[in-house]
Design a protein around this ligand. Structure first.
Ligand SMILES: O=C(O)CCC(=O)C(=O)O
Ligand SMILES: [Fe+2]
Length: 231
Protein backbone atom coordinates (compact mmCIF):
# COMPACT_ATOMS: atom_id res chain seq x y z
CA UNK A 1 0.00 0.00 0.00
CA UNK A 2 2.03 2.97 -1.25
CA UNK A 3 -0.48 5.77 -1.18
CA UNK A 4 0.78 8.68 0.93
CA UNK A 5 -2.68 8.92 2.36
CA UNK A 6 -2.74 5.39 3.67
CA UNK A 7 -3.60 5.23 7.31
CA UNK A 8 -2.18 1.85 8.02
CA UNK A 9 1.13 0.08 7.87
CA UNK A 10 2.34 -1.52 4.72
CA UNK A 11 2.00 -5.28 4.55
CA UNK A 12 -0.47 -5.63 7.40
CA UNK A 13 -3.58 -4.50 5.62
CA UNK A 14 -4.67 -3.13 2.31
CA UNK A 15 -6.40 0.05 3.38
CA UNK A 16 -8.85 -1.59 5.72
CA UNK A 17 -12.30 -0.14 5.83
CA UNK A 18 -15.39 -1.85 7.16
CA UNK A 19 -16.07 -4.38 4.44
CA UNK A 20 -17.51 -7.57 3.08
CA UNK A 21 -20.06 -9.92 4.50
CA UNK A 22 -18.46 -13.14 5.68
CA UNK A 23 -19.52 -16.59 6.77
CA UNK A 24 -19.63 -17.14 10.53
CA UNK A 25 -16.57 -19.18 11.41
CA UNK A 26 -15.41 -20.83 14.60
CA UNK A 27 -15.99 -18.58 17.54
CA UNK A 28 -14.59 -18.64 21.03
CA UNK A 29 -16.46 -16.97 23.88
CA UNK A 30 -14.96 -13.56 24.57
CA UNK A 31 -15.30 -11.44 27.68
CA UNK A 32 -14.97 -7.75 28.41
CA UNK A 33 -11.93 -8.41 30.56
CA UNK A 34 -9.01 -6.62 28.93
CA UNK A 35 -6.31 -9.04 27.73
CA UNK A 36 -2.86 -8.55 29.25
CA UNK A 37 -1.40 -6.39 26.53
CA UNK A 38 0.81 -3.58 27.81
CA UNK A 39 -0.71 -0.24 26.94
CA UNK A 40 -4.25 -1.54 26.38
CA UNK A 41 -6.70 0.10 28.76
CA UNK A 42 -10.35 -0.82 28.96
CA UNK A 43 -12.94 -0.44 31.71
CA UNK A 44 -16.21 -2.18 30.74
CA UNK A 45 -18.18 -0.30 33.39
CA UNK A 46 -17.19 3.07 31.95
CA UNK A 47 -20.00 3.91 29.55
CA UNK A 48 -20.57 6.99 27.48
CA UNK A 49 -23.82 8.55 28.77
CA UNK A 50 -26.76 7.22 26.72
CA UNK A 51 -27.99 10.66 25.68
CA UNK A 52 -24.55 11.77 24.52
CA UNK A 53 -24.00 8.50 22.67
CA UNK A 54 -27.34 8.82 20.88
CA UNK A 55 -26.67 12.45 19.97
CA UNK A 56 -23.23 11.72 18.59
CA UNK A 57 -24.44 8.71 16.60
CA UNK A 58 -27.34 10.66 15.13
CA UNK A 59 -25.09 13.63 14.33
CA UNK A 60 -22.46 11.49 12.60
CA UNK A 61 -24.98 9.48 10.58
CA UNK A 62 -26.66 12.69 9.44
CA UNK A 63 -23.52 14.68 8.63
CA UNK A 64 -20.93 12.13 7.57
CA UNK A 65 -22.69 8.96 6.44
CA UNK A 66 -25.43 10.53 4.38
CA UNK A 67 -24.41 9.01 1.04
CA UNK A 68 -24.69 5.38 0.00
CA UNK A 69 -21.47 3.38 0.17
CA UNK A 70 -19.66 5.73 2.57
CA UNK A 71 -18.30 3.75 5.50
CA UNK A 72 -15.19 5.67 6.59
CA UNK A 73 -14.69 9.37 7.30
CA UNK A 74 -11.57 11.20 8.42
CA UNK A 75 -11.75 14.46 10.29
CA UNK A 76 -8.82 16.77 10.87
CA UNK A 77 -8.39 19.75 13.15
CA UNK A 78 -9.64 20.47 16.60
CA UNK A 79 -12.31 17.80 16.00
CA UNK A 80 -14.51 19.41 18.60
CA UNK A 81 -17.42 20.70 16.52
CA UNK A 82 -17.27 17.55 14.46
CA UNK A 83 -18.28 15.26 17.34
CA UNK A 84 -20.07 17.63 19.74
CA UNK A 85 -19.42 17.00 23.42
CA UNK A 86 -17.39 13.85 22.87
CA UNK A 87 -13.87 15.13 23.46
CA UNK A 88 -15.01 17.02 26.55
CA UNK A 89 -16.29 13.71 27.97
CA UNK A 90 -13.22 11.69 27.01
CA UNK A 91 -10.84 14.28 28.40
CA UNK A 92 -12.03 13.74 31.96
CA UNK A 93 -11.90 9.96 31.98
CA UNK A 94 -9.08 8.38 34.01
CA UNK A 95 -8.40 5.93 31.16
CA UNK A 96 -6.88 8.59 28.94
CA UNK A 97 -4.55 9.76 31.70
CA UNK A 98 -2.42 6.75 30.81
CA UNK A 99 -1.80 8.14 27.35
CA UNK A 100 -0.14 11.22 25.98
CA UNK A 101 -3.44 11.92 24.27
CA UNK A 102 -4.24 15.12 26.14
CA UNK A 103 -0.90 16.81 26.71
CA UNK A 104 -0.88 19.90 28.89
CA UNK A 105 0.19 21.99 25.92
CA UNK A 106 -1.20 20.48 22.74
CA UNK A 107 1.24 20.92 19.88
CA UNK A 108 -0.32 18.71 17.23
CA UNK A 109 -3.52 18.56 15.27
CA UNK A 110 -6.07 16.00 16.25
CA UNK A 111 -7.50 13.46 13.86
CA UNK A 112 -10.60 11.32 14.11
CA UNK A 113 -11.58 8.34 11.99
CA UNK A 114 -15.21 7.33 11.88
CA UNK A 115 -16.00 3.80 10.70
CA UNK A 116 -19.48 2.48 10.04
CA UNK A 117 -19.96 -1.30 10.16
CA UNK A 118 -23.07 -3.19 9.17
CA UNK A 119 -23.61 -6.67 10.66
CA UNK A 120 -21.20 -9.06 8.97
CA UNK A 121 -18.56 -6.42 8.33
CA UNK A 122 -15.19 -6.06 10.03
CA UNK A 123 -11.77 -4.52 9.66
CA UNK A 124 -8.59 -6.32 8.63
CA UNK A 125 -5.96 -6.64 11.39
CA UNK A 126 -3.59 -3.67 11.14
CA UNK A 127 -1.33 -1.32 13.04
CA UNK A 128 -2.30 2.31 12.67
CA UNK A 129 0.36 4.21 10.74
CA UNK A 130 3.43 4.58 12.93
CA UNK A 131 4.94 7.52 11.16
CA UNK A 132 1.85 9.64 11.01
CA UNK A 133 0.30 9.36 14.45
CA UNK A 134 1.56 10.11 17.92
CA UNK A 135 1.11 7.49 20.61
CA UNK A 136 -2.27 7.02 22.22
CA UNK A 137 -5.42 6.06 20.33
CA UNK A 138 -8.79 6.45 21.97
CA UNK A 139 -11.64 4.46 20.40
CA UNK A 140 -15.38 4.60 21.04
CA UNK A 141 -17.98 1.95 20.15
CA UNK A 142 -21.42 3.31 19.38
CA UNK A 143 -24.66 1.64 18.31
CA UNK A 144 -23.44 -1.94 18.62
CA UNK A 145 -20.90 -4.14 20.30
CA UNK A 146 -18.23 -6.23 18.60
CA UNK A 147 -15.26 -8.41 19.43
CA UNK A 148 -11.87 -6.85 18.75
CA UNK A 149 -8.93 -9.15 18.09
CA UNK A 150 -5.26 -8.49 18.76
CA UNK A 151 -2.22 -10.29 17.38
CA UNK A 152 1.41 -9.67 18.11
CA UNK A 153 3.27 -8.18 15.15
CA UNK A 154 6.40 -10.24 15.96
CA UNK A 155 6.05 -13.93 16.67
CA UNK A 156 6.39 -14.46 20.40
CA UNK A 157 6.95 -17.44 22.68
CA UNK A 158 3.58 -17.51 24.37
CA UNK A 159 1.01 -20.10 23.27
CA UNK A 160 -1.80 -17.68 22.68
CA UNK A 161 -0.94 -15.24 19.96
CA UNK A 162 -4.51 -14.09 19.37
CA UNK A 163 -6.23 -12.17 22.12
CA UNK A 164 -9.81 -10.98 22.06
CA UNK A 165 -11.90 -8.37 23.82
CA UNK A 166 -15.66 -7.84 23.73
CA UNK A 167 -16.42 -4.14 23.29
CA UNK A 168 -19.99 -3.37 24.40
CA UNK A 169 -21.58 -0.31 22.86
CA UNK A 170 -20.75 3.04 24.53
CA UNK A 171 -17.40 1.76 25.80
CA UNK A 172 -14.02 3.34 25.25
CA UNK A 173 -10.72 1.60 24.55
CA UNK A 174 -7.24 3.09 24.76
CA UNK A 175 -4.36 1.65 22.75
CA UNK A 176 -0.94 2.98 23.60
CA UNK A 177 2.63 1.74 23.75
CA UNK A 178 2.83 -1.97 22.84
CA UNK A 179 -0.92 -2.21 22.26
CA UNK A 180 -0.53 0.48 19.62
CA UNK A 181 2.84 -0.44 18.09
CA UNK A 182 3.56 -4.13 18.80
CA UNK A 183 0.09 -5.60 18.28
CA UNK A 184 -2.37 -5.46 15.42
CA UNK A 185 -6.04 -4.84 16.06
CA UNK A 186 -8.92 -5.96 13.87
CA UNK A 187 -12.55 -7.05 13.83
CA UNK A 188 -13.71 -10.28 12.21
CA UNK A 189 -16.49 -10.15 9.65
CA UNK A 190 -19.34 -11.68 11.63
CA UNK A 191 -23.00 -11.07 12.30
CA UNK A 192 -22.82 -12.47 15.85
CA UNK A 193 -20.30 -12.73 18.66
CA UNK A 194 -20.03 -15.33 21.39
CA UNK A 195 -19.78 -13.48 24.69
CA UNK A 196 -18.83 -14.85 28.09
CA UNK A 197 -16.49 -17.61 29.18
CA UNK A 198 -16.12 -21.28 28.27
CA UNK A 199 -18.92 -22.28 30.69
CA UNK A 200 -21.40 -19.44 30.45
CA UNK A 201 -21.79 -17.62 27.20
CA UNK A 202 -24.43 -16.10 24.98
CA UNK A 203 -24.76 -15.15 21.35
CA UNK A 204 -24.85 -11.40 20.78
CA UNK A 205 -26.15 -10.16 17.45
CA UNK A 206 -24.21 -7.31 15.91
CA UNK A 207 -26.13 -4.21 14.88
CA UNK A 208 -24.89 -1.19 12.97
CA UNK A 209 -21.76 -0.04 14.76
CA UNK A 210 -20.14 3.37 14.54
CA UNK A 211 -16.60 3.61 15.85
CA UNK A 212 -14.80 6.87 16.44
CA UNK A 213 -11.05 6.76 17.02
CA UNK A 214 -9.04 9.80 18.00
CA UNK A 215 -5.31 10.25 17.44
CA UNK A 216 -2.70 12.97 17.33
CA UNK A 217 -1.03 13.75 14.04
CA UNK A 218 2.73 14.02 14.21
CA UNK A 219 4.43 17.21 13.04
CA UNK A 220 4.46 17.61 9.24
CA UNK A 221 1.86 14.86 8.87
CA UNK A 222 -1.04 17.23 9.20
CA UNK A 223 -1.38 17.86 5.46
CA UNK A 224 -2.48 14.75 3.63
CA UNK A 225 -4.38 15.92 0.59
CA UNK A 226 -7.22 18.06 -0.55
CA UNK A 227 -9.90 15.43 -0.45
CA UNK A 228 -10.03 15.27 3.35
CA UNK A 229 -12.57 17.17 5.37
CA UNK A 230 -10.86 20.16 6.94
CA UNK A 231 -12.64 21.60 9.96
O1 LIG B 1 -13.79 0.10 14.64
C1 LIG B 1 -12.91 0.14 15.47
O2 LIG B 1 -13.14 0.14 16.68
C2 LIG B 1 -11.46 0.16 15.02
C3 LIG B 1 -11.20 1.11 13.91
C4 LIG B 1 -9.74 1.15 13.54
O3 LIG B 1 -9.00 0.29 13.90
C5 LIG B 1 -9.20 2.24 12.75
O4 LIG B 1 -9.96 3.10 12.25
O5 LIG B 1 -7.97 2.30 12.60
FE1 LIG C 1 -6.94 0.93 13.68
Amino acid sequence: MDSPDSLFDEGLAASPTPSDIAVVGDMEPTSSCAPPIPGLFFTPSLLLPLELADQITEFCLKHYFNQPGVNQIMLFGAASDSTPGLLAFIKHQPLVKFTPFFPRTPTHARQAILNLYHPGEGITPHVDLLKRFGDGIVGLSLGSSCVMQFTRVEEADDNVRLKQLFLPERTMIVLSGDAHYAWTHGIEKRTTDLVGDAKTFRIVERGVRLSITFRWLLASEDVVGLEVTKL
